[in-house]
Every structure is written in structure tokens, then in C-alpha cells.
Design a protein. Structure first.
Length: 251
């Protein structure tokens, strides 16, 4: 019998080659309808998981909770049970005007303002996605007609620091597109462990607008942000299919 991981509570015989990594455990309920033969796997702490199939490939979805520390735990334990590629499907606040609610940001790198990635390796080590998976995301987004932007995001550890506005303005002026809390830890842990990783983020706060106001709107099923979430789920799933087909030499 294969070893059960201490946090995600999964073992090798439950693994799939590909994994979606949302933050919120409730998001799994909105991922499941896109999959066939869905099987709920485990739910421990912030780590809720399921497995299913999409266009003939096996896919997992595992929530990571909030922040880089728990995201890195998910990456480590999923890697140990045999997952080869992981895409974060999360939310972010925009740091540039012209990025609207529900727009997607596909990260080509991350500013490492989080503690989790710093605990792994010197800050000189880059937080970047796997190039093959990054390109697959862009190709899938174009094919599906998703509204998306590509560029650098910033990962951090708290929304509620005293100089939040000044920090956001600083990075905005340096071309950073958005902020989240997990992407840099995902990229660094994945890069060090040889896991293919990528991150696609749904904009839930426009630049220089209220976090609380926009997060409250996120509960509206008809909102642009919910449509953005649906778009990022489909974009990520199709990216996995595209990667699988390339590995098999079918495209």
C-alpha cells in the first residue's frame, strides 16, 4: 500500500498526471461539472481534492488554501505521489489600469515578496513557469476566446499591511500586472522539484478599487468575476489536453 501524504491525505494510487490548484476548497464544486467520472478523494485542513477525466486525460483538482506556505506543501506532496504538471487557477488584484474584472492574467514570472519561496532558496532564483505549460495556457486562452493578459505578477503574504497602497503603486510603476499570494511559491517549489507549473489568475479587484467591494461582488453568479473563473478553469483544462497531445506527438 502506497504512503498517504500527511497533509493532502492522498497516495500514489490516487494521483493523476495533471492537477488544477485552486485556493478555495469550494471552487472544487465549480470545477467538477467540467469533468467526467468525478471521484471525491480527501478533505483535510485546506486541502480538498477530487479526480476526474477531461477529453480523455486524467486530472486532479486540489485546493491549497491561502498563501504560499500551504501552496508549497501541496506542490511537494503532489509531486511525491507522482503528479507531473500543476496549474494554479486563482484570483488576483490588478495592478494596472485596463485590466478589468474577470480578465485573466497568465503569469510569465512572479515577484517573490512571499516568505515561503524565500525559505526554499536565495531570492536570486527566479520564480518562472514551465515554458511549455505557459505556452499551452496562452494557446488555449486564444482558442477559447478568453480575455487575458500576460506578464509578471507579485506574490505577497498579507492584504492588510499598513503601506499596502504604496507597495502596490511601487510595483505597478514597474510593470507588474497583478498581485496574489501563491504564484511565486508554486513556481519556486515546482522549479526546484522538477514539476511543470503555471499560473492563471482571475481578476477580482481592479487597480485602485476597493478590495472588500469587489470580493463581495464575487459571490454573484452572474458577475464578470464568476465568468472569469469559468474561463480560467476551461483554459487550464484545455492546456493540459494540449500538453498531453504534444507529448504523444498528436499535435
Amino acid at each position: 500500500m502506497s504512503e498517504i501524504m500527511p497533509h493532502i491525505k492522498l497516495s500514489q494510487n490516487q494521483a493523476a498526471p495533471f492537477a488544477l490548484l485552486p485556493g478555495d476548497p469550494e471552487r472544487l464544486e465549480r470545477i467538477a461539472p467540467y469533468l467526467e467520472e468525478v471521484e471525491e478523494l480527501a478533505f483535510n485542513r485546506e486541502f480538498k481534492s477530487l479526480r476526474g477525466s477531461f477529453h480523455g486525460i486524467q486530472v486532479m483538482a486540489v485546493s491549497t488554501g491561502i498563501g504560499g506556505a500551504s501552496a508549497a506543501i501541496a506542490v511537494e506532496e503532489l509531486h511525491r505521489i507522482g503528479v507531473k504538471a500543476m496549474i494554479r487557477i486563482g484570483s488576483c488584484g490588478a495592478l494596472k489600469k485596463g485590466i478589468h474584472l474577470g480578465d485573466l492574467i497568465i503569469a510569465n514570472g512572479a515577484v517573490r515578496n512571499d516568505g515561503a519561496s524565500a525559505s526554499y532558496v536565495d531570492l536570486a532564483y527566479p520564480a518562472v513557469p514551465d515554458p511549455e505549460l505557459f505556452v499551452a495556457l496562452m494557446e488555449s486562452a486564444r482558442e477559447l476566446g478568453s480575455v487575458f493578459h500576460t506578464g509578471i505578477v507579485r506574490s505577497h503574504d498579507s492584504f492588510y499591511i499598513d503601506n499596502e497602497k504604496e507597495v502596490c503603486d511601487y510595483w505597478s510603476k514597474r510593470g507588474v500586472l497583478g498581485s496574489d499570494m501563491e504564484t511565486s511559491a508554486l513556481f519556486v517549489a515546482g522549479g526546484l522539484r522538477g514539476v511543470k507549473t503555471a499560473s492563471i489568475l482571475n481578476t477580482v479587484v481592479q487597480y485602485e478599487e476597493s478590495l472588500e467591494e469587489n470580493i463581495n461582488l464575487y459571490t454573484d453568479g452572474e458577475s464578470a468575476m464568476m465568468r472569469g473563473e469559468q474561463s480560467e478553469i476551461l483554459t487550464a483544462l484545455h492546456a493540459f489536453v494540449r500538453m498531453s497531445q504534444k507529448q504523444e506527438g498528436r499535435i
